[in-house]
Design a protein around this ligand. Structure first.
Ligand code: HGY
Ligand code: MN
Ligand code: MN
Length: 410
């Protein structure tokens, strides 16, 4: 059993405080990347970092780092604990924020227990993990890991027509440090599972050993507007009908798949969007995921063929823009083993598992031994204000992170 534990009240208080930042007049929580609301969240996090006596560094794409590096060890590679504090629209309070605040809590607990560092330890909040305003998702960690150059990321145009670099400048988080300025010896991310597995199996901890591949596309269907009353069905070039066929095609394919393929159309807009006009244009996003690269690729090719077929049948034009594509990732088996042993030492039932959600860890795994710790999501719900994890599980996960980080710092 580990001899130290985190300060439960402090972690729970900060989760609630950060979760109160970015709420609209209806109480809905939205802190999109580089927005005014996210600035307030960033400012709060930075003030906690300063309060903990950590060195604060912001890199060129706005990734924030809280660093504890005593002089004697500054030359050694740090252990990094990270996640994100940007959210989706109408979000819960745990996604990303839990991992960042638990990381800070672990560092503060180590400092309060006069832990002697053999290497620096860093907590990171990566920019634009969700990818809701600027695609791709996991952008800050992708740049950090060298998968996207900072200039391209900063010139990304958002769904609202803004430019990421200008927004980071405007909110005061366009840092100077080159992304990748620290090359960690290990990266660990604590996160809510956001799915039903741990709760269904009455487990407390997930030792995440791999993460599924993700493919994001934006589809534009161009038909012809026409009169809803006078246009015979066979004469229609109905962009909405084509979009509906794409949605049902994706669901049918995912249901029929022999692997855990999932497909989601999360955004759909119609033009001119009038009750008595056959839509001329439909813009939609497609989020395809599968733990197996060959299957994900098969689904992408099958979709491409279907789009050509339905465009010909309905005499519309369909154009595709790729927004994000990450292959499945396998995490570091040694760190996964440390997580299992830490859970066992604390008497927490644990299992190895796959992450259905994307995380900054999948980008950091490109260059750094990486793994993730999951705690249960009540009802498997996430990306929803009902997202919830019990206090006991929040605290248990943070203590497992504390134990794993102590081992990695050894
Ligand atoms: O989309 C995802 O899986 C993550 O929440 N960004
Ligand atoms: Mn997340
Ligand atoms: Mn998320």
């Amino acid at each position: 059993m580990s001899n130290i534990s985190i300060d439960q009240q402090r972690l729970m208080r900060r989760l609630r405080e950060l979760g109160s930042i970015g709420r609209d007049t209806d109480g809905k929580l939205t802190r999109l990347a580089a927005s005014d609301a996210e600035k307030l969240g960033r400012d709060q996090f930075v003030s906690w970092l300063h309060g903990a006596g950590l060195e604060v560094v912001v890199d060129r794409v706005g990734n924030i780092f809280g660093i504890w590096a005593p002089d004697a060890v500054t030359q050694r590679e740090p252990v990094m604990i990270g996640s994100h504090i940007d959210t989706v629209i109408n979000a819960g309070i745990y996604d990303g924020c839990y991992g960042v605040l638990a990381g800070l809590e672990v560092i503060e607990t180590l400092r309060e227990n006069a832990f002697t560092l053999a290497r620096p330890v860093v907590v990171a909040a990566f920019t634009n993990e969700e990818g809701v305003r600027y695609a791709p998702d996991m952008m800050g960690s992708l740049v950090y890991a060298g998968g996207l150059d900072a200039k391209t990321a900063l010139s990304t145009i958002g769904t609202d027509g803004t430019v990421l670099g200008e927004e980071l400048n405007r909110i005061g988080y366009a840092g100077q440090e080159p992304p990748g300025f620290l090359s960690p010896s290990a990266y660990v991310e604590l996160h809510i599972e956001q799915g039903p597995v741990l709760e269904r199996e009455h487990l407390r901890i997930g030792a995440v050993e791999n993460l599924q591949g993700i493919s994001w596309q934006r589809i534009l269907v161009e038909g012809d507007s026409n009169h809803a009353g006078t246009t015979p069905i066979e004469m229609r070039k109905d962009a909405c009908y084509v979009a509906a066929r794409i949605v049902t095609y994706l669901r049918d394919r995912a249901r029929a798949s022999d692997t855990p393929t999932v497909a989601t159309v999360g955004c759909l807009t119609l033009e001119p969007n009038a009750i008595n006009v056959i839509p001329s244009r439909a813009t939609m996003t497609i989020d395809l995921r599968d733990p197996y690269e060959t299957r994900l690729h098969e689904e992408e090719v099958a979709l491409e063929d279907f789009l050509q077929l339905v465009a010909a049948e309905e005499q519309v034009t369909i154009s595709v823009e790729r927004l994000a594509r990450t292959a499945p990732v396998t995490f570091d088996q040694n760190i996964v083993g440390l997580i299992e042993r830490a859970a066992e030492m604390r008497g927490l039932p644990c299992r190895r598992m796959t992450s259905g959600a994307g995380h900054d860890a999948q980008m950091m795994a490109r260059n750094t031994p990486t793994a993730m710790i999951f705690v249960p999501s009540v009802g498997g719900i996430s990306h929803n204000p009902k997202e919830h994890t019990t206090n006991d599980d929040i605290i248990a996960g943070a203590n497992v992170l504390l134990d794993v980080v102590q081992k990695l710092l050894g």
